[in-house]
Design a protein around this ligand. Structure first.
Ligand SMILES: [Zn+2]
Length: 293
């Protein structure tokens, strides 16, 4: 299988300029390294009718093109179930009956990193498990043998982060993001993952899971976020931040693309012009504040 990069939006609403900037970067990283560029719709959760079509239209409008058809996670449940079955057969999963509140209020294990699952359900005996099963559906957690691991990132170098007994399948039956993304990247031959730096802390969990599934760990590049004028991560409530909003304000897609390229120190015009001079080492490392329209 040839190597590939990807963009993987969640169709929960329209993309904003921060999402579009990340998409442009993912495209540039893939194309500049001779990779295919794949589009995957991460619609396992919170999908909104019509959002996928809007997102794909907006990506095309700024010049982000992709190879092959659209892959949707809701069509791939069998792959996720297979991966969880493989881990379960190896003794690497357990059922968890905790509510969010119980996890927050549980005393954490000694030396456990902040935010790590406290291990409440890790060693239930059969009777305890049966009693809990009768009361509540179970989530499936990974039985991790490490507390942290290190990944290599093109922009961040070596990054060490928490690996806990994270959820693989939620108690409502929905496959967890960390599991789906690892399986999809491996099955699709994606060996380069470019996404927002907000996902860097999840990356050690994903790399560890990939190794347990005997799947290759991709190359990672976590790119800076776009912020609003208050220094918070850009969101829909921050005024005209989608292509549709901006078009109503008289700003066309080409102009938005050029503003995003300029924020990356890249020439305006078609993405091919930026591609010709794209150099990851020269990318800004700080977040960028959206100047507004
Ligand atoms: Zn639990």
């Amino acid at each position: 299988m040839t190597s590939a990069g990807r963009f993987a939006p969640s169709p929960s609403g329209e993309l904003h300029v921060g999402n579009l900037r990340t998409a442009i970067l993912a495209w540039l990283f893939a194309r500049s390294t001779g990779r295919r560029f794949l589009m995957r719709v991460e619609d396992l959760d919170r999908a909104r009718a019509g959002a996928e079509a809007e997102q794909l239209r907006d990506l095309a409008a700024i010049g982000v093109t992709w190879d092959g058809g659209i892959v949707r996670q809701t069509d791939r449940e069998h792959l996720y179930a297979e991966a969880i079955a493989q881990l379960t057969a190896a003794g690497l999963t357990y059922e968890c009956f905790c509510t969010r509140r119980e996890i927050q209020e549980a005393p954490s294990a000694p030396h456990a990193p902040l935010g790590a699952y406290p291990g409440t359900c890790r060693n239930l005996n059969d009777a305890e498990r049966d009693a809990r099963r009768a009361a509540r559906p179970a989530a499936v957690r990974l039985r991790a043998a490490v507390a942290e691991t290190t990944v290599r990132d093109v922009l961040h170098g070596d990054y060490t982060g928490v690996v806990d007994d994270f959820v693989l399948r939620r108690n409502d039956g929905v496959t967890a993001y960390n599991l789906a993304v690892v399986v999809d990247d491996a099955v699709q031959g994606i060996d380069q993952v470019v996404r927002g730096v907000d996902l860097l802390p999840s990356t050690p969990r994903q790399a560890y899971l990939a190794s347990l599934l005997n799947m290759p760990v991709p190359e990672y590049a976590h790119v800076p976020l776009v912020l609003n004028s208050d220094g918070a991560r850009l969101a829909k409530r921050d005024g005209a931040v989608t292509l549709a909003d901006l078009a109503r304000a008289g700003v066309g897609a080409d102009e938005v693309r050029d503003t995003l390229l300029a924020s990356l120190g890249l020439p305006s015009g078609p993405l091919a012009d930026a591609l010709a001079v794209f150099d990851p080492a020269a990318l800004p490392r700080e977040p960028w504040v959206w100047p507004g329209a």
